[in-house]
Ligand binder design. Structure first.
Ligand code: ZN
Ligand code: ZN
Length: 368
């Protein structure tokens, strides 16, 4: 069972804000109810940048990387039975570790579990230390949730299960988007584009996406993925355009996935149809929202929901769609990086590297 597994793994360890160090860490043994994953790809998103910057205040030293795709390298009999996977299977790993026994977990709302933990935010000091995917190998705790993924897919495409899962949960499951609905997506990043794909899958009627002038490439991609209209918010009036497109009614569903911009939240209220649903999923760094007029929510009976994580149904829908090869989702993937280039990957995502525009990117450990 242990053939081919080295005694140590290369890992990129965060030791301070904006500091990642290559380290050789011991690979732990496993027991009956846990496993070891050989990482094939680790997706990178805005949270990676926030962790790198130190704004998330995660403990250090720590192995970051919360979007793992890999192959089961070693697994206990108990875990193999419960998870339905074995050595050699390729799996997508969910980010959250939850207790499974509290009222929230039992109700299926496991992102609200009070004992929730998140891979990549658990410090190196806590055994066995390998809690993140910026490494060649990662530990899988007994309460992990894994999904089998077609091993024939390129890893950099299979790992899109993570942002695409968010598209399904935030733009379809939470707002209960139905065939024919008009959906307005504020923000054309990887989650916004994933929302377009997910809405198209469930037969949404009209899909509208907004972005900045600098987002021209992302907005073009949104149209390729099936958006009917895109709005350049710097050169067009979003409220007026949405009124025109919807004959004055507004959107049944508004999904806010822009990062740090506060104006779209106030805009969402003006663009939602009476009785519509707004999903807020973009983090604003705890900034207050100017021009947020709550009476509009009352008068129009608008529902507002927050969305942070993704649950199993969203990931399952994403994996099914990727495996079907029906959607040209690979067009969203722009950058591959080696494990040692994790810092470059994060800085590219954050537009700190002139001339490079990242939409979806990932680390590919083992391709160094
Ligand atoms: Zn992420
Ligand atoms: Zn729980």
């Amino acid at each position: 069972m242990t053939a081919g597994i080295p005694s140590k793994t290369l890992a990129m360890v965060q030791t301070a804000p904006r500091r990642l160090e290559a380290q050789e860490l011991p690979i732990p043994g496993i027991r009956d109810d846990d496993a070891l994953l050989r990482i094939e790809a680790c997706g990178i998103c805005g949270s990676d940048y926030e962790q790198f910057e130190g704004t998330l205040r995660t403990p250090v030293p720590v192995v970051p990387g919360h979007e793992p795709l890999g192959t089961i390298a070693k697994i206990g009999d108990g875990a193999a039975k419960r998870w339905g996977v074995d050595v050699g299977d390729r799996v997508a790993v969910e980010t959250m570790l939850t207790c499974r026994f509290c009222p929230a977990c039992l109700a299926g709302d496991y992102p609200l579990c009070r004992s929730r933990r998140i891979y990549s935010y658990i410090p190196l000091a806590e055994p066995p230390g390998l809690w993140g995917a910026y490494a060649e190998y990662m530990y899988l705790a007994p309460n992990s949730i894994v999904h089998k993924v077609d091993p024939a897919l390129p890893p950099e495409i299979a790992v899109l299960f993570n942002p695409l899962g968010a598209g399904f949960r935030w733009a379809v499951e939470i707002p209960q988007t139905r065939p024919g609905d008009t959906v307005l997506i504020l923000g054309p990043g990887q989650r916004g584009l994933a929302s377009v794909i997910a809405c198209r899958e469930v037969g949404a009627g009209t899909v509208i996406v907004t972005g900045l002038a600098a987002d021209a490439r992302k907005l073009a991609l949104a149209r390729e993925f099936g958006a009917d209209h895109t709005i350049d918010v710097e050169n067009e009036d979003t409220r007026q355009r949405v009124r025109e497109i919807t004959d004055g009614r507004g959107a049944d569903v508004v999904v806010e996935v822009s990062s740090y911009a506060t104006a779209p939240v106030a805009e969402a209220l003006d663009c939602a149809a009476p009785g519509g649903t707004i999903v807020l999923a973009g983090i604003k760094g705890f900034a207050p929202i100017p021009d947020f007029i709550s009476d509009k929510i009352v008068i129009q009976e608008i529902a507002i929901r927050g969305a942070l994580g993704v649950t199993s149904t969203g990931y399952a829908s994403a994996i099914r769609l990727i495996e079907s090869r029906r959607s040209p989702i690979e067009k969203m993937h722009t950058h591959d990086f080696s494990l040692r280039d994790a810092e470059l990957a994060i800085r590219t995502l954050a537009r700190e590297i002139p001339g490079e525009e990242s939409i979806h990117s990932c680390l590919l450990p083992g391709r160094d």
